[in-house]
Design a protein around this ligand. Structure first.
Ligand SMILES: [Zn+2]
Length: 118
């Protein structure tokens, strides 16, 4: 599967947005729009992607070696991913598959670099 880096970053944005929506609807009884707290988190996350120093080489956030989120946002991200992650497959199966594909095919996973042979 061929995907350009900008596709990947756009997909990252869409994935994060979808996860925040699932989390917010489940936790904050929001309906159409996100609550203020989740809205703020989402803007923060988008900013982080825009300012990501790895940009074109960016792995998915879960595997990223650069921990760019400040502590409270990282905590919130963990909660959101933990809740929305398993539900993503139900609500956004294609996006989820592409996201995992990004994780698997990414060659810039620095954590696994020494362990895997490709
Ligand atoms: Zn919310």
């Amino acid at each position: 599967m061929v995907s350009t880096p900008s596709d990947r970053l756009n997909r990252e944005r869409r994935t994060i947005q979808a996860m925040v929506e699932i989390y917010c609807h489940g936790h904050h009884q929001s309906t159409a729009a996100l609550c203020l707290e989740c809205h703020n988190f989402l803007s923060y996350a988008m900013q982080r992607i825009d300012k990501c120093p790895l940009q074109n080489n960016k792995p998915t956030c879960r595997k990223c070696p650069v921990h760019c989120y400040k502590r409270e946002m990282r905590e919130k991200a963990r909660h959101i991913m933990g809740y929305a992650g398993p539900r993503m497959m139900i609500y956004h199966p294609i996006l989820t598959i592409l996201h995992y594909n990004d994780e698997i095919t990414n060659k810039n996973d620095l954590r696994l670099k020494n362990k895997s042979r490709n």
